[in-house]
Ligand binder design. Structure first.
Ligand code: SF4
Length: 81
């Protein structure tokens, strides 16, 4: 089922442990050794990233968020009403 949702990554909190990468491949390692969100093949290195998706992969993102030991990932479903 397609759900619209927002994924926020706090790169200040990220510790480069990469538990997220194996759970959701949209998280990738940036050149600074921290995680980033690769939304369209062009990962960037801002301190706080927010990406919006509309697909059936919200559970992948939630698993990545749950796996992050420092709580750097937030996943929020977007209410369009
Ligand atoms: S699991 Fe959390 S701390 Fe580890 S790389 Fe991913 S966002 Fe960073």
């Amino acid at each position: 089922m397609t759900i619209e949702y927002q994924v926020r990554l706090d790169r200040d909190a990220c510790d480069g442990i990469f538990a997220c990468l194996v759970r959701d491949d949209r998280f990738t390692e940036a050149s600074d050794g921290l995680a980033t969100i690769d939304t369209d093949g062009s990962a960037n290195g801002d301190d706080e990233l927010t990406a919006r998706f509309a697909d059936d992969r919200i559970e992948d993102a939630r698993q990545a968020a749950r796996a992050c030991p420092v709580g750097a990932i937030d996943v929020t479903a977007v209410d369009n009403e």
